[in-house]
Design a protein around this ligand. Sequence first.
Ligand code: SF4
Length: 203
Amino acid sequence: MADITWELFDKQVAACSRCDLCRGIRHKVPGQGDREAPLMLIGEGPGQTEDEQGLAFVGAAGQLLTRMLAAIGLPREKVYICNVVKCRPPGNRAPTPEEMEACMLHLRMQTYLIRPKVILLLGATAARATLGPDVRITRIRGQWFERKGVWMLPTYHPSALLRDESKKPQAWEDMKRLRAKLEELQLYPAEEEKEQGEERKSL
Ligand code: SF4
């Protein structure tokens, strides 16, 4: 892995046709944000807005995610955000296990390059891709998993929160767990937390 670079990653994703998801897309969505960030967020795959813009989490779910991060004092530009698959699954369906496996090459490369200390897993697909194919998000959300020195926290995908508002209190608890871990590891300063109360109301 010594020769892996961001340039190689960008070229590899741009040229990739390892699965059929690349057929009919407008843009690949490799991910974006602070490439030196200690916190990495992994979602499922691009939706329509992301496919149109070539950017991860820029639709309604992405806007909610931005507010969730702000609620724990994290500006979005200070984290790195990507998805398990880099091409939009048709009709926003979940990627198949074969498609996930095909795209894991890119996600592994990203993780190697970023070397995050903490990863927030957004939804079942991200949890399955990293923690194992049989995990259920409803059972494991809110629990910390440590893998090779990296702390991983599964929580609901913001899209699930938009579909089912009753999940928001649990998601907020998970965000507070994330904030506490970042403080424990001394990864981000906590000076922006004073806005938490107001931000939470707007989630
Ligand atoms: S989803 Fe991933 S593996 Fe499939 S074509 Fe797109 S970049 Fe390649």
